[in-house]
Design a protein around this ligand. Structure first.
Ligand SMILES: Cc1cc2nc3c(=O)[nH]c(=O)nc-3n(C[C@H](O)[C@H](O)[C@H](O)COP(=O)(O)OP(=O)(O)OC[C@H]3O[C@@H](n4cnc5c(N)ncnc54)[C@H](O)[C@@H]3O)c2cc1C
Length: 495
């Protein structure tokens, strides 16, 4: 194997096995490469990564006893991708679950943090008595939410509906504004009026259709589970189902990269930004799937297949030949939102609030400048020294893009003000870092399924080209990993 950019490689397709280019060295590309070499004993893989490091959005840093995630911090385990990758690279024993002691979340109500009602999972209220007693909703709001059990299902379930329309129709406006928008918005950094329920949380459509109501479905599921040990008790986002490597997600990236480096069939090339992708003129033609990867400053390279893992607008830029115009246009049809994560370290005694939860979500109607605050060192052990706390505050997203026009200093300042106002922070953080994620979160708007189907139809006409990443069938790490693995399997099947 070779690492580092700017070396010349073969210009000919591999004679025995397939020669495959993986474009993008984030978790999708790494997972695709890992799957390719383990599933196909003859495949030869080159990974092209524009930056100096692999992992993409995943970035873990350590300083002064704090372990800081600058991108994602964990992944859900009820989707198989993350666990499968860890199993395949012998990393499953490194995974740790969330800490049971603080497994609850808070939501801001009139400027004050309140507990999300126990058992309330995104929008499934598993414990009706917890809804009846919560200070988060008014009496009218509670009655309307619980009346969901008697609201008739939608007659045309196949029609795409926004999250906001679904929740208003079934649970009422207050449940949307006060609970579902902040809980779901925190995951997708999205506008619930535009977010497609079918593309993001289809489980709730199934619940409505199968049981006539989400509440009745939740209670029925609970009865079925009774007697079994529940790992997902708590409230808010489904924290009990989340896991992360003990030493941070960066250690999983390191593990995959190390295994790829050990293989003599893999070449990892960093600091090399692919500038174009076209059918090979040497061997080209509809029947021939050879692809030419254009690289700045070094000769172009020819491959039998390409796995393209970039955000769709960057993938479209590479497909700049007129013959790909329709596919490029369809790829550009998926919108992205930007956000910033502000990582801060503190002494616990510098807060009036006990921070005895996994985090705080902030409803848009509270008109604050932050989307959510994750109390990261309360979620997972080993993230902060004793007596200290590590916070990650989320800013921007599809609903407040203008906040990212501020400088890092301005963002840091208003985040500190918000932490003081909402959580009683009494002293400045020991350390603050703003990490911007520019156009990093794909927005699954109403009609997303149809857009993806069109992209699939058009890309199927480009034999040997396989798209993967968080833009298509799920935004999280397990979905991205699964999409990379599935692209690798398609390459192998494609003869
Ligand atoms: C702020 C934030 C927080 C998140 N938190 C979570 C979480 O807690 N849990 C969870 O499950 N998911 C989370 N996600 C989603 C998760 O991060 C993504 O699903 C995943 O990281 C996507 O990986 P990827 O490899 O597809 O893309 P990326 O990580 O974006 O990787 C793409 C790579 O391509 C490279 N590249 C770009 N252009 C070129 C080019 N022309 N040539 C070569 N290389 C190129 C880039 O440098 C990059 O390394 C979060 C996302 C964001 C933005």
């Amino acid at each position: 194997m070779t690492a580092g950019g700017h070396e010349t490689a073969s210009h000919q397709p591999a004679e025995n096995g397939k020669r495959v280019a993986v474009i993008g060295g984030g978790i999708t590309g790494l997972s695709a490469a890992q799957r390719l070499i383990s599933a196909d004993p003859t495949a030869e893989v080159v990974i092209f990564e524009a930056s100096e490091r692999f992992g993409g959005i995943i970035r873990t840093e350590q300083a002064d006893g704090f372990l800081m995630e600058l991108g994602p911090d964990s992944f859900i385990t009820n989707k198989p991708g993350g666990i499968q990758l860890c199993d395949d690279v012998g990393f499953a024993d490194q995974l740790i679950p969330t800490d049971g002691e603080f497994r609850r979340s808070l939501v801001l109500r009139n400027g004050k943090p309140q507990l999300v009602p126990e058992g309330f999972m995104l929008m499934a209220p598993a414990k009706p008595w917890a809804i009846a007693t919560t200070p988060v909703l008014s009496v009218a709001g509670k009655i309307r939410l619980l009346r969901e059990a008697f609201v008739r299902p939608k007659p045309n379930p196949d029609e795409d509906e926004s999250l906001a329309d679904f929740v208003r129709r079934r649970f009422g406006r207050q449940a949307l504004d006060r609970l579902v928008q902040p809980l779901v918005g925190g995951i997708y950094t999205s506008d619930p009026e535009k977010l497609s329920l079918k593309a993001t949380l289809p489980r709730f459509i199934e619940m409505e259709q199968k049981y006539g109501s989400v509440i009745r479905a939740t209670l029925a599921e609970q009865r079925q589970k009774k007697g079994r040990t529940e790992s997902d008790s708590g409230s808010g986002a489904r924290y009990g189902l989340f896991a992360t490597p003990r030493s941070g997600l960066g250690s999983l990236v390191d593990r995959v990269v190390a295994l790829l480096q050990e293989s003599d069939r893999v070449t990892l090339r960093s600091n090399l930004k692919v500038s174009g992708l076209s059918r090979s003129p040497a061997t080209g033609g509809e029947a021939d799937p050879s692809w030419q990867v254009s690289l700045p400053g070094v000769p172009d390279e020819i491959f039998d297949a390409v796995i393209l893992t970039l955000p769709t607008y960057k993938a479209a830029d590479l497909l700049n030949d007129e013959s790909f115009a329709d596919l490029a246009r369809a790829l550009r049809g998926i919108e992205y939102a930007s956000s910033a994560v502000v990582v801060t370290t503190h002494r616990l005694s510098d807060f009036r609030h006990a921070l005895d939860a996994f985090g705080l979500v902030v409803p848009a109607i509270e008109n604050r400048k932050v989307l959510a605050v994750s109390f990261t060192s309360r979620k997972f052990p080993g993230r902060a020294p004793a007596g200290h706390v590590l916070l990650r505050t989320f800013v921007g997203g599809a609903m407040q893009p203008e906040l990212l026009e501020n400088s890092d200093t301005e963002i840091t300042e208003f985040v500190h003000q918000e932490l003081s106002a909402m959580l009683g922070m009494t002293a400045s953080p020991g350390f603050s870092q703003v990490v911007r994620h520019q156009r990093a979160m794909p927005q699954y708007y109403v009609g997303h399924g149809a857009k993806v189907a069109e992209i699939e139809r058009l890309s199927a006409m480009c034999r040997g080209l396989h798209l993967a990443g968080s833009a298509y069938f799920g935004v999280g790490l397990p979905d991205s990993i699964a999409s990379g693995r599935s692209a690798a399997d398609r390459v192998q099947r494609d003869t």
